[in-house]
Write a protein that binds this ligand. Sequence first.
Ligand SMILES: Cc1ncc(COP(=O)(O)O)c(C=O)c1O
Length: 447
Amino acid sequence: MHMMRYTELAEFVARQIEAGELAPGTRLPTHRNFAEEHGVALATATRAYNELKRRGLILGEAGRGMFVRDPALPQTLGLEQHGSDGLIDLVFNIPGGQNDSEVLRAGLKRLAASGDLASMLRYQPHGGRPHERKIIASHLSSVHGPVDPDNLFITSGGQHGLTIAAMGLLQKGDAVGTDPATYPGFKSISALQGLSLFAVQGDEGVMDPDDLDRQCCKKQLKAIYVMPTVHNPFGTVMGEDARRRIADVAERHDLIIIEDSAYAFLETSPPPSFVDLAPDRTVHVGSFSKCVATGLRIGYLIFPDRWKSAASRVIRATTWNTPALISALVTHWIEDGTVAEFEAARRRLGAAGQKLCQEILAGIPMAAHENASFTWLPLAKGERAEPVIARLSGKGIAVSSAAPYAVGDAAPQAMRLAFGGISEQELRFSLEKVRDELAPCDCRTSP
Ligand SMILES: Cc1ncc(COP(=O)(O)O)c(C=O)c1O
């Protein structure tokens, strides 16, 4: 009888997964049962599973067994949009922790045991369930001043919050000031909504109030989009003085301030937010993606009374409501301290990554927040990012250029490394390769 080799066995299972016969999440037999089923030695079964793991088709969960992965997702845990297949992904910042599955399982169990479960099957108010809005508002009061739950809506993530601001408060052709490098998701909603983005000069994510003043006169800006607490991509925290001066300019020119706080939890003692300094003209976009999990798709919006019905209309037209299953899960996690634990874990992970960056990329210019899982590397004068990125890709590492972030004429020559979703070992390997590309020849390590 023909004895199957481990490669054949792995191929056999891979075909079943790729054909959809083994659906994502399916529990696979134990190594022993797998070996018995196919009449092979235990060592062969183990090698076949290892091969499937290496190919990213299955994954092991401690104490629970082996499961089929969703082949649509990259190995680094989240959504992949640029086809960096098989590469170590430093493009998308996808935070994840070792025991996320356990935390989710416990949260779902608790949810399943809660009363009036059937209410979650119904449509909800557009802005979310009132008691959950209250929980989120009081959670935020430790960072901002008191937040009135009447001025807070639950959204389906930060991107949805930006969409609500762009569609509800702005119109086609409106001019919006941003930093010269800004969050690409804001560029995409602006393009869809026909907004014109203008780069306001500044210092790595800290908008210059004087240039803002000039641009307001020249371009008739209607709004600005800012990330004052932990800017993406620079990681900067704008000082209080700059915030106050920008709020003054906004007041004089009647600007809407779109304030994005997706990464703000990384900073433990932030200056006052625009929503505190200029509450009548600020729409504050928050998200639980970076501090908890990207896949839950939940965030919140804080706004003054006058924008309430506009925000509600956009939610009605886009999602109707954020699923109550998700808002219930996350608000439980706020109440029992899980969100705070997630946030602290993300900060620790970011800080450890930054330490590695400092160690391995010593002497190379970088901009980053001390707790962030991303860093910005401006290239030396005359150096172009594209060939460096292509060479890194050849070494199995995907990084982003400045182009997706750039607003205005010329994208700076820089690279962004996001390491929220990769292992320490992968990060170390990647940083060493980056260093070998960027360090001046005389201090390059030997190959
Ligand atoms: C600055 C910033 N804002 C908003 C978002 C949107 O996040 P989400 O829609 O996942 O909440 C992101 C995601 O990367 C981001 O970096």
